[in-house]
Design a protein. Structure first.
Length: 487
């Protein structure tokens, strides 16, 4: 677009701009890393596995020499690789000079290392990892090859890192596993990597933010001191301060109680808080976040069909059609049926399920508001509760049993491998003069370790059969379908 606009200005001819805007308006915007089914993508035989969306190809200043290497094809699930910073940077780098072969080589190198594992631990073996060199402060920062290429290759801090060994079984990427990814983007965009290193040092000085909560460490709240919203020192250092919104927060000191950070992914409002914070960051005004915290900061997230999630929550409505505080504020408050509620903000220490999270129930509720037919609404709600009682608790129990069986199978497989390796090692060193066994694992094993290994092997097979039991999974599927019909 920049090129087209510059040409239009120099020639005083806006027709190309108008034509481009007409064409572009018919193309959906890039969905970044969201997997899309059955879409058309630009692909190249020289870059196997890379897909570019139509929007990015139109919006990016790709040289005609390179653009003719791509064809539009419909593929299965894919996402736009222009969302990868390194790849977008290569198209920008070679937009005027450089060969197609050089571009292919650079992009292929990035594609080969894969995406960042984000919050999931990834095997050290089979992946390329980088760590800060000895003597660098802060030390022992471990990042995946993807983040290394996206944020550090080509800038002065590239030399700060070296390839890491394989001294660990599993590794977290220190950028993908935290808000450092936001800071890394900001630092890379501005070219000021001191922002990133300051955030890393700030994080390292604080307890890690976990979904189990934190005891101690620095804590922060919005300057308006709105209840129900607290940010730990780690998230403040890695997210709030680097984005330039730190002046809207005040320190509350240390906490002696276990507290869950509002920016932790285990917090019920994590996504909503982060969306509002991102909007505030984009416009440079914290009011978007403040307004949301004012409205929902002390309100429990809707428990939906899980009564225990509504523990110590407030409820409105009736005994067999209960409305949580969240759905009351969002939907039911001020409706014509409110005057007929039997429950009016009643605090429940045990917890209840909420019925009005469901689009179906909201529709029935709205119809009852229009007709005044409360008896009909409550009758439908009672039928729904009966189906819930016959399905959801059973589904939950069966899924727990199947998950436990899968866990046991995995545990026994690991134990079997350990004892078999140990048994073979001992046998190779000292041999054996007799064999051992029992009726369960069989006879003729060279030593007790091999017997134990075979026992775990048999137990793993039994647990695997239980975890994959078709009858159980069929029952779960049937019950879910029954609940879905009335949910």
């Amino acid at each position: 677009m920049k090129t087209i606009w510059a040409t239009a200005v120099s020639s005083s001819d806006l027709d190309p701009v108008v034509e481009f805007m007409k064409k572009r308006s018919a193309i959906p915007n890039c969905q970044l890393t969201k997997q899309l089914e059955g879409e058309s993508w630009y692909v190249s035989q020289d870059l196997q596995g890379m897909t570019l969306c139509r929007a990015c190809v139109e919006d990016t200043n790709i040289r005609p020499l390179f653009r003719e290497k791509f064809t539009l094809q419909t593929t299965t699930a894919a996402y736009c690789d222009m969302s990868i910073r390194f790849i977008a940077g290569m198209f920008e780098k070679y937009k005027e000079t450089g060969s197609w072969e050089t571009l292919v080589s650079d992009i292929s190198a990035r594609l080969s290392v894969g995406a960042c594992p984000l919050r999931e631990p990834a095997p050290a073996v089979g992946r390329l990892w980088f760590q800060t060199r000895q003597g660098h402060s802060p030390p022992s920062l471990k990042i995946c090859a993807g983040c290394y290429m996206d944020f550090f290759v080509g800038n002065p801090d590239e030399a700060v890192f070296e390839k890491a060994g394989e001294a660990w079984d599993y590794v977290h990427c220190d950028i993908g596993n935290s808000f450092l990814q936001f800071t890394a983007v900001s630092a890379a965009d501005t070219g000021d990597l001191s922002i990133f290193w300051k955030a890393v040092r700030g994080m390292r000085s604080q307890p890690p933010c976990t979904d189990q909560g934190i005891v101690g460490g620095n804590w922060y709240e919005l300057s308006q001191k709105l209840p129900g919203f607290s940010v730990c020192g780690s998230c403040y250092a890695s997210l709030v301060e680097p984005t330039g919104l730190g002046h809207h927060f005040v320190s509350t000191g240390h906490s002696s109680q276990t507290t869950l950070c509002s920016f932790n992914c285990g917090h019920g409002r994590f996504t909503d808080y982060l969306i509002r914070f991102s909007r505030s960051m984009a416009i440079g005004d914290i009011k978007c976040l403040e307004d949301y915290v004012t409205k929902y900061g002390t309100v429990l997230v809707c428990p939906k069909y899980r009564p225990t999630s509504g523990k110590n929550g407030k409820f409105w409505g009736w005994d067999n059609l209960t409305i949580c505080e969240n759905c009351y504020i969002d939907f039911a408050k001020g409706t014509s049926l409110e005057s007929r509620y039997l429950l009016k903000g009643s605090l429940d220490p045990v917890g209840k399920m909420c019925d009005l999270y469901s689009p179906r129930m909201r529709k029935l509720y709205s119809e009852a508001c229009a007709t005044g037919d409360l008896d009909g609404l409550l009758a439908r709600a009672s039928q729904r509760r009966e189906v819930w009682s016959a399905t959801v608790p059973v589904i939950h129990r069966m899924e727990l049993n199947l998950q436990e069986a899968a866990f046991q199978a995995d545990m026994h497989r690991q134990e079997s491998t350990f004892y078999n390796n140990l048994g073979h090692y001992v046998h190779n060193i000292v041999g054996n003069t007799y064999t051992v066994g029992n009726s369960y694992a069989g006879y003729g094993h060279a030593n007790e370790y091999l017997l134990t290994g075979h026992t775990h092997h048999e137990q793993a097979k039994e647990a695997s059969r239980m975890a994959a039991d078709e009858s159980s999974w069929s029952t779960v599927s049937m019950l879910k379908e029954q609940w879905a019909q009335v949910e």
